[in-house]
Ligand binder design. Sequence first.
Ligand SMILES: Nc1nc2c(c(=O)[nH]1)N[C@H]1C(S)=C(S)[C@@H](COP(=O)(O)OP(=O)(O)OC[C@H]3O[C@@H](n4cnc5c(=O)[nH]c(N)nc54)[C@H](O)[C@@H]3O)O[C@H]1N2
Ligand SMILES: Nc1nc2c(c(=O)[nH]1)N[C@H]1C(S)=C(S)[C@@H](COP(=O)(O)OP(=O)(O)OC[C@H]3O[C@@H](n4cnc5c(=O)[nH]c(N)nc54)[C@H](O)[C@@H]3O)O[C@H]1N2
Ligand SMILES: [Mo]
Length: 770
Amino acid sequence: MERRVPVATHWGSFVAVVDSGRLLRLEPRGDDPAPSPIGPGMVAAAEDAARVRHPAVRKGWLDGLPRGREGARGSDAFVEVSWDDALSMVSEELRRVRGQYGDSAVFGGSYGWASAGVFHNAQSQLQRFLALGGGYTDSRNTYSTAALEVILPHVIGGAPWSYQSRMPLWHEIAESCEFVVAFGGLALKNSQINPGGLARHRTRELQQRCRDAGVRFVNVSPIRSDTADFLDAQWVPVVPNTDTALMLAIAHTMLVNGWYDADFLARCCEGFDRFTSYLTGDGDGVVKDARWAAAITGVERDTIIDLSRRLFAQRSLVMVNYAIQRADHGEQPVWMSVVLAAMAGSLGRPGCGWGAGYATMDATGVAPGRRSVVSVPRVENPVTDFIPVARIADTLLEPGSTIDYDGQRLTLPHLRLIYWCGGNPFHHHQDLHRLTRAWQRPETVVVHEAWWNTTAKFADIVLPAATSLERDDFAAGFCDPHLVAMPKVREPVGEARTDHQIFAALSARLGYAREFTQGRSESEWVRHLYERTRADLRDGAVLPDFDDFWHRTLGVELPLLSGPFPGSFEALRADPQRFPLGTPSGRIEIFSAEIDSFGYDDCAGHPMWFEPVEWLRAGLADRYPLHLISNQPASRLHSQYDNGGHSLKSKIHGREPVTINPQDASSRGIESGMIVRVFNDRGSCLAGAILSDAVMPGVLQLSTGAWWDPSRPGRSGTLDRHGNPNTLTGDRGCSRLSQGPSAHSALVDIEVYEGPAETVLAFTPPHLEH
Ligand SMILES: Nc1nc2c(c(=O)[nH]1)N[C@H]1C(S)=C(S)[C@@H](COP(=O)(O)OP(=O)(O)OC[C@H]3O[C@@H](n4cnc5c(=O)[nH]c(N)nc54)[C@H](O)[C@@H]3O)O[C@H]1N2
Ligand SMILES: Nc1nc2c(c(=O)[nH]1)N[C@H]1C(S)=C(S)[C@@H](COP(=O)(O)OP(=O)(O)OC[C@H]3O[C@@H](n4cnc5c(=O)[nH]c(N)nc54)[C@H](O)[C@@H]3O)O[C@H]1N2
Ligand SMILES: [Mo]
């Protein structure tokens, strides 16, 4: 008998069709106007050969070889062990490391997206478990937006993510805006995703509504397809990582033509005069005019002047995506985009002004927020040490050294035990060969994974995790009003257990089971979190009781929040004295005395043009003349379900597709469908070529997330057979301010691959002994 069970994922809600415990297919729910094809492809991966079916321990680790020195992590065989033995090893190792080195030697930053689900949130479960056990070194900020998260509070005040509720929504843009300049574009492929889930994908129809209302869009990006065809956007191809120069020239053009809102700048902004002397070259003798920027950005002078004029003359909106700040000096374009909106006089006007991250997830610009949902209670971490999230390899390689971070001086801790649950650092981190070297240093690496992906292969103890289809939960996506029940679709594969079950069992061995579980079973927790959310509702909002909710395939709705929100630009414009921003001056900081006081050579008191370490006009471009854009994949979420049907279909001869402009291809003899090798001094990977003039000359596009497949795993520098761009990216902080990842600043070259046939083994488990 077929059963239909609701399923919630970061890429949308579906209905699973199950027969006698077997998952037959995933169907979109009927009310989603743009369901993601990633969902149906999950079936292929649910019980494939790559599943981790039993607890497993790396052979060298088990044999007690000198830990942290033998260098076999990533290439060793594994031995399957019983749950009992695995749990004993993990709990004893935690006890040993804490006793010998202190609690900060345990790294629990565990960055990663894991799966949708309020209760089974992998990072919350891990961090609750580690905090109760004495604490752990944490990580701060995200790979998504580290530079933005650190710079924005200095510039516009408020919490790092508060901009989400302070920027115009799509429907307001449609109603009131005429002209949108989108730095980095508005890639619809990215709005398949929403953290924590979503019921209905809205971004496409809302963009369409803007277009129908006559809003004109400009796509400033190296890739034309970063805006949907129906938007009919003006494409302004820009040399990657030069947006700040372009924005400075727009500001200069506005300044010299008097196309700026002097009143708003005087009343609501701090330090415009300091900034204009930089624009006019008072200090450095360089006038940041359109001619100057044309030579840097490749954007014609007339185009720059035209953009400047329209930004001021029309009701306008300046947008930045996230990718442009995942680069050397990534703070600058974000800061500068706010300055442009302030000059244009559009900040605080309906549907106009400034915003970030439109279309990077479905919620952005769709809703400003919703009533909060009660989640697993956080336990305060007794350890206060942290690292900026993308400085993990630095920390492992150089413990005890110091780095700058947002005005602080941090000493990198000595990590002895890494505990990862719900993330894939061997996909997400830059310069994976450097990470390979760093990863040999800790004494023990514990990973919970559902599949033998690269991070699992690089662990010492791998505990098989149940997937989101194999447990009860409910979903509440970011800014999405829907709560969706997630009853278990099928039993866990093999001996897999949920993260919570694993931590509950470990807590029992370590003597704090009661504190960890609070005496509740998993199903009691799920019911409890829902019922607490329901009980906390105010203002007449109601939710059905849990038993009713649990049987509703389409979920239930929580009220969305409506403004005004703290830090609103509308209020600031109306009365900056009464409604100051949370910055030191209470105004928008075009000049920040605080950042200036840090004395950084790579992030000064106002936005500036700094040459990226790697870009098309760098000396290195003589050897590596192509700029690599490693953007988000259309066919999956990061590395998740790379083994799913939808992602597998996108591969070329089993490799990740790389898109190249026909000009660059023909000079290298590359044709569509060929296997190519992409390389630089950091490494090389194979990929399958696609030729397209949607990618500007000088640029290569290779999405993230192909499971990394080094031909001699554990050995630095070997060829990645599958096509993970982090083989090639550099592991440098954006600047001393944010220390964010700078993945989008990498030069490479490409050639037809003529080496020996290399079988992709990314989806093949390591050698397993019983
Ligand atoms: N070059 C380059 N690199 C990048 C980026 C880029 O633009 N360019 N983008 C960066 C960005 S923005 C991000 S957010 C990161 C993403 O990096 P990650 O968030 O680390 O990537 P995911 O593939 O989502 O990894 C999630 C992992 O958790 C596992 N998992 C899922 N659910 C569960 C669960 O319930 N329990 C457990 N134990 N495991 C689970 C999945 O199998 C998967 O291996 O990548 C970053 N890396
Ligand atoms: N399908 C899908 N959607 C996703 C994700 C996914 O993995 N898959 N990941 C989600 C996550 S975690 C995040 S953080 C967001 C990320 O959202 P973003 O970071 O905004 O997305 P990307 O796809 O990395 O980049 C979008 C475009 O930015 C352009 N770009 C890159 N560098 C530059 C530059 O220097 N200048 C300019 N002007 N443009 C540049 C590239 O052409 C690229 O296609 O996406 C989310 N959405
Ligand atoms: Mo992200």
